[in-house]
Design a protein around this ligand. Structure first.
Ligand code: UDP
Length: 409
């Protein structure tokens, strides 16, 4: 098990963004957690929303005096194949039904790696199904499970399997109310994920800085572009984005489409899906289409900062941090109201819903692109909505209270 090395962060730096009250409360509420050892464990240190959150959460907990650390389980292809299938089944898209041989492999692998699990923490926080089974090795410890997945259409067998672990946890945290399914309500808590406004990905960039970065990515800053930043994954449907783009560009011929994506190291299907996206782009002659497959937070920031319109075409989403990031930068975001996106993109207030007619979607995007002034209040609303609800300081406040409650402080 590998500890992730992190840069320091200072809570005081957030005062001017979120105000004194939020920071003062946070400092006060975190005081009882001073020097408590808290270990959070997930399956990847890069790629995807969980890693993104931990990158900010752990250093800020440390700055608040908590002895917090982040461990990542060692990678194993077969284990990740099993957990990817579990993940898909839980999201309601079971490639193959969950088999006993798979769950047996899962348990065996976690047994094997648990030898490296430190046993001296006051509290453990296990993230997502990949680390869920580590609960077997934490007898007598305080343990929280943080589930980041949308369980609303979960396959029954997969759901029952994860639920079999629930009784041993002290608390289970979901991103949204509707993800809580069929067990004691008092054991569950809802905490929305959040973004770090001071991270490389979200810090303020001046237009000229952003332009320089975007030009280096070979995207033409003199032409408008629509953007989706997401893992190459069928639930994010980047191929659908290319379809919408091919319709919009009939009306805005110089429009570019930028798909920035990566695939997490725990996602064995990523490369396969990426190839399908490339195929579709080829079909469209790649004209004005930029597919960027690299891990680069500053590039994500620059692209989101100047995008004329941001699409998030997910048909399933845990929360959708990529949407939070775009809203925080005051972009026009178009997305389906799925999972956490429904809390973020409020139709005609902070962004726009995509419907299931490509024609209608394209018409609305053209309308917004041609009438940006008319819609400028949406950009302002989008930013304020994130400031109030989805910044890391709000999320941290809720975790600090939860940790205190579990540790009975
Ligand atoms: N992301 C990134 N580079 C990429 C694609 C995605 O940095 O090429 C980031 C994105 O900015 C966001 C996170 O990965 O911070 C994705 O989180 P989200 O909740 O949107 O989706 P998840 O991948 O967790 O399903």
């Amino acid at each position: 098990m590998q500890e992730v090395q992190l840069e320091n962060k200072t809570i005081e730096d957030y005062r001017e963004i979120v105000g004194n009250e939020v920071i003062d409360d946070l400092i006060k509420n975190a005081a009882p957690l001073k020097n408590k050892k808290i270990i959070e464990i997930n399956s990847t240190s890069a790629g995807g929303g969980v890693a993104e959150i931990l990158k900010a959460k752990i250093p800020l907990l440390r700055n608040l005096g908590v002895d917090a650390s982040w461990l990542v389980i060692p990678p194993d292809d077969d284990f990740f194949k099993v957990t990817k299938n579990i993940h898909n089944c839980l999201q309601g898209n079971c490639g193959q039904a969950l088999k006993k041989t798979d769950t047996d492999y899962y348990i065996r692998y976690l047994n094997q790696i648990s030898e490296k699990l430190p046993t001296d923490a006051d509290l453990y926080v296990l993230h997502d199904p990949q680390t869920l089974g580590l609960i077997n090795h934490l007898k007598g410890k305080k343990v929280i499970w943080r589930c980041h997945i949308d369980l609303t259409e979960a396959d029954q067998k997969a759901l029952e399997w994860i639920q079999s672990f629930y009784p041993r946890f002290n608390k289970i945290v979901f991103s949204l109310d509707e993800y809580v399914k069929g067990f004691e309500h008092k054991k569950t808590t809802i905490i929305h994920p959040a973004i770090d406004p001071l991270s490389t990905k979200n810090k303020f960039l001046r237009t000229y800085e952003a332009k320089k970065i975007i030009t280096d990515l070979d995207v033409n800053t003199d032409k408008p572009y629509m953007l989706q930043v997401s893992r190459f994954d069928k639930f994010k449907d980047p191929i659908g984005v290319l379809k919408i783009f091919s319709m919009v560009r009939k009306f805005i011929p110089n429009l570019q489409c930028v798909l920035m994506g990566n695939y997490a190291t725990d996602d064995p299907d990523g490369k396969i899906y990426y190839d399908l996206v490339m195929e579709k782009a080829q079909e469209l002659k790649r004209h004005n289409i930029h597919i960027i497959n690299k891990s680069d937070d500053l590039a994500v920031n620059a692209l989101q900062t100047l995008a004329d319109v941001v699409i998030q075409n997910s048909n399933k989403e845990g929360f959708g941090l990529t949407v939070t990031e775009a809203l925080w930068k005051g972009r026009f975001v178009f997305s389906h109201p799925v999972g956490g996106i429904a809390l973020q993109v409020l139709h005609d207030q902070t962004g726009f819903y995509l419907g299931y007619s490509d024609d209608a979607n394209a018409d609305k995007i053209v309308d917004v692109l041609k009438n940006k002034e008319y819609y400028s209040h949406i950009e302002q609303n989008a930013k304020e909505h994130v400031r109030k609800n989805f910044l890391i300081t709000t999320m941290l406040g809720k975790f600090v209270n939860l940790y205190g409650e579990v540790l009975k402080l």
